[in-house]
Design a protein around this ligand. Structure first.
Ligand SMILES: [Zn+2]
Length: 401
């Protein structure tokens, strides 16, 4: 009787890297040079985020959906950088603007799954006290006011399920798990909480101020907002200091990439590729050679199938789906998590692949795959090597490829 075990990553990858780019300071010229190098020349699946509108007087040429339209839609966006850049502007943000913004997203068929707060924006969901997630504001005398900057309900209706927690970590220990989501996580989380308790007795500062320390170790953590809206939080890796095009080699280098492989980690890289170090702001060349070399190195790990690269949403959906896979004998079952997916269907697993190890004798014909309670056949079973197989779900209508 064969025992089947789920692997952390699709075979043969040893880690997962996401280039999570915020659009701050990106002018059209810079956008063009980034698109030409990263998307067209290197064909790296970057996770780009979008300003719907931009009124920032400090950066008047910043690309955004409303002004730039089709010209910046030559590649894929899975992330909203809030409802736009209202920082350093006279334009007041309120709920009325969102109806128009949601219309623009529909017009261009953009379906973001990820939300990233921006600077000191009053509609941020987490940063600066997360005012945008509270429908009401209370004052010290006990008055309760309707909050005109509230938009979490509309963010939820758009389908967004993953929210940046506003922090950056240099920790490399995160694996493709959700904090507390399965038996293995609960055990290690208990050990972690215990260690933290002991430590904080001795080190009375800082440790308790971060309510999401689990995000230094896990990719996602569930959060329930007021009014019962549930989302996942994530944290990014890197540093505030080097989060621009000139700082890329500080984080994308042999040391980081080898560490990802050694620890079998997930690395969600925090950056603003359209931003430069101030001293270099007026130069002609946007991407310096050192940064190009760093991207070429990353591409090498990707081409050699050592580190997988994808947009944020693909990683997060993988982590969520993976957390609910159960194996009973030769039956592999996928189930909904209740936050990202309420009722899992075949369409939700399409374009994903999962690898499994097994020992003992196994005839692959014995394997059956269920999505919820329905057996499905729309997948390829790939025998990778003795003892390892992959289940790859077809994309819609591509079973004859
Ligand atoms: Zn920003």
């Amino acid at each position: 009787m064969a025992v089947i075990k789920l692997l952390e990553y699709p075979y043969p990858y040893k880690g997962w890297f996401v280039l999570s780019n915020d659009p701050d300071h990106t002018t059209k010229d810079r956008w063009d040079s980034l698109h030409a190098f990263l998307w067209e020349e290197l064909e790296l699946p970057v996770s780009d985020s979008l300003f719907i509108e931009s009124f920032n007087k400090n950066i008047p040429e910043q690309v955004n959906l409303k002004d730039s339209g089709e010209s910046i839609l030559k590649h894929y966006y899975d992330t909203l950088h809030t409802w736009g850049d209202f920082v350093a502007s006279e334009v007041v943000f309120d709920r009325k603007r969102i109806v128009e913004s949601a219309g623009l997203l529909r017009k261009y068929k953009i379906k973001p799954l990820v939300w990233i707060d921006h600077s000191s924006f009053s509609g941020n969901l987490i940063m600066n006290n997360g005012k945008g997630a509270n429908p009401y504001l209370n004052d010290a005398a006990g008055f309760r006011y309707e909050n005109r900057d509230y938009s979490l309900d509309i963010v939820n209706e758009l389908g967004i399920r993953y929210i940046w927690d506003g922090n950056v970590t240099d920790s490399m220990k995160i694996k493709p798990y959700i904090a507390g989501a399965n038996f293995r996580n609960i055990i290690s989380e208990k050990v972690f909480v215990f260690t933290k308790k002991i430590l904080s007795k001795f080190l009375k500062w800082s440790l308790n101020r971060d309510e999401n320390t689990e995000l230094n170790r896990f990719v996602l953590k569930e959060k329930e907002f007021e009014q019962g809206i549930r989302m996942y939080l994530f944290r990014r890796c890197g540093s505030w200091r080097y989060a621009h095009i000139d700082g890329v080699p500080e984080h994308i280098n042999k040391k980081t990439l080898n560490k990802i492989v050694k620890n079998e980690s997930v690395y969600v890289f925090y950056t603003h590729l359209g931003k430069r170090e101030a001293a270099r702001n007026n130069e002609n060349v946007h991407i310096p050679d050192k940064t190009k070399d760093a991207f070429l190195l990353l591409k090498k790990y990707y081409d050699e199938k050592i580190i997988y690269i994808s947009p944020l949403s693909q990683l997060f959906d993988y982590v969520v789906l993976k957390s609910k896979i159960s194996i009973e004998g030769t039956i592999i079952r996928f189930k909904a998590d209740g936050v990202r997916y309420n009722n899992l269907t075949l369409d939700d697993v399409r374009n994903h692949k999962f690898s499994f190890a097994y020992n003992g004798k196994l005839k692959t014909e014995q394997i059956s795959v269920f999505v919820e309670n329905k057996e499905i056949k729309d997948y390829r079973l790939i025998k990778e090597k003795p003892g390892v197989f992959t289940i790859e779900f077809y994309s819609n209508g591509s079973e004859n490829n």
